[in-house]
Ligand binder design. Structure first.
Ligand code: PMP
Length: 287
C-alpha cells in the first residue's frame, strides 16, 4: 500500500475513504490536528505531539474518548501498514463528532478520528533556502490552539506561492508572529530571537526543539516579540516546522537576507539532524 487512510476504525487508500457530510469538521472546521514525521517506522517526537493534541482538544472541549495509549497504538498500526523504513508524514485530526448542522455542541458528542499516512520527501536542510513573503496576520486570537480553521493560512500560503515564494510570514502591524505553517526565528549578533508563546502563535514542537538545541550549542535565546524591521535586518532567518525541521531563508519580500551567520545555522541544523537520527533509530521501536 502506498498510503493509508483511517476513519473511526475503517482503513483504506486515502483517495477511496469517505467521511459523513455531517462530520463537524466539514461544516465548521470544528476539530484539531497534528502532523509529524516518521522514519525507520519510528514516529519522531510523538510524545510532544500527543501532549499538544491533548491540550488542543481540551481547549475546544472536544469529547475525544480514546486513551493516549490507544491512540499511540492506532498511529503505530497505521505506520506499520506502509511497511517501509523511508520517511513518512503522519497526520491525524479529531472533530467534535457527527450531527445535523447546529452551532452548539451535539448533545451526544462522540469525536471522530481521522488518520492519514503517506510517503514524504524531506527537504535538505543544508541546501534548501526559503523565499519569504510578509503578509498581514488577520487570524483570530486563538493561534495557540492547533485547530482546523486554517483559511487565513491557506490564503497566505497561496499568496506566497503566487509571488514566487516558499512561505508566508504573518505580522500584526509591526510585530512578526509566525509563518503560515511554521514558526519564524531570527539570529542577530549571536542571539536567537523568537516570538514568545502567547495566543498569537502556535507553540511549535520544532520551535521548542530549536530553543533546546540552541541552549546546548551555547547560543543565547530571547523569547521576545520582534518587528518586521528586525526580521529584515537579521543576520539569519530560520523557519521551523515538524515536517521540514529547521530551514533558513534567503529572501524576504524579494530582498536578500544578510545570511551572515552561516556557522551558527549549520551548528543548529547539524544538532537537529543528529537529534532526529538519534530519535528515529530503529532500535527505539518498542514492539
Ligand atoms: N505555526 C503554524 C501556523 C503551523 O501550522 C505550524 C506547523 N504545524 C507551526 C507553526 C510549526 O509547528 P510544529 O513545529 O509543531 O510543526
Amino acid at each position: 500500500m502506498n498510503n493509508v487512510g483511517y476513519y473511526n476504525g475503517e482503513y483504506g487508500p486515502i483517495e477511496e475513504m469517505r467521511i459523513p457530510m455531517n462530520d463537524r469538521a466539514v461544516y465548521f472546521g470544528d476539530g484539531v490536528y497534528e502532523a509529524v514525521l516518521v522514519k525507520n517506522r519510528v514516529i519522531f517526537s510523538l510524545e510532544e505531539h500527543l501532549d499538544r493534541f491533548w491540550r488542543s482538544f481540551s481547549a475546544l472541549r472536544i469529547p475525544f474518548a480514546m486513551s493516549r495509549e490507544e491512540l499511540r497504538t492506532e498511529l503505530y498500526k497505521m505506520v506499520d501498514l506502509l511497511d517501509t523504513d523511508d520517511p513518512l508524514v503522519l497526520y491525524w485530526q479529531a472533530s467534535r463528532g457527527t450531527a445535523s448542522r447546529t452551532h452548539t455542541f451535539p448533545k451526544e458528542g462522540k469525536a471522530n478520528l481521522m488518520i492519514t499516512v503517506k510517503p514524504f520527501v524531506m527537504k535538505d536542510m543544508k541546501t534548501f533556502r526559503h523565499r519569504l513573503l510578509t503578509v498581514e496576520d488577520t487570524r483570530f486570537f486563538h493561534c495557540d490552539v492547533k485547530t482546523l480553521n486554517l483559511i487565513p493560512n491557506v490564503m497566505a500560503a497561496q499568496q506566497a506561492e503566487e509571488a514566487g515564494c516558499t512561505e508566508a510570514v504573518f505580522h500584526r502591524g509591526e510585530r512578526v508572529t509566525e509563518g503560515a505553517h511554521s514558526n519564524v526565528s531570527i539570529l542577530k549578533d549571536g542571539v536567537l530571537k523568537t516570538a514568545p508563546l502567547d495566543h498569537l502563535i502556535l507553540p511549535g514542537i520544532t520551535r521548542m526543539h530549536l530553543l533546546q538545541l540552541a541552549g546546548q550549542c551555547g547560543i543565547p535565546v530571547l523569547e521576545e516579540p520582534f518587528t518586521l524591521e528586525e526580521l529584515k535586518e537579521a543576520d539569519e532567518v530560520l523557519v521551523t516546522s515538524s515536517t521540514a525541521l529547521c530551514l533558513k531563508a534567503e529572501t524576504i519580500d524579494g530582498a536578500p537576507v544578510r545570511m551572515s551567520a552561516p556557522e551558527l545555522v549549520e551548528k543548529l541544523q547539524e544538532a537537529y539532524r543528529q537529534k532526529f537520527e538519534r530519535e528515529t533509530d530503529p532500535a527505539l521501536r518498542k514492539s
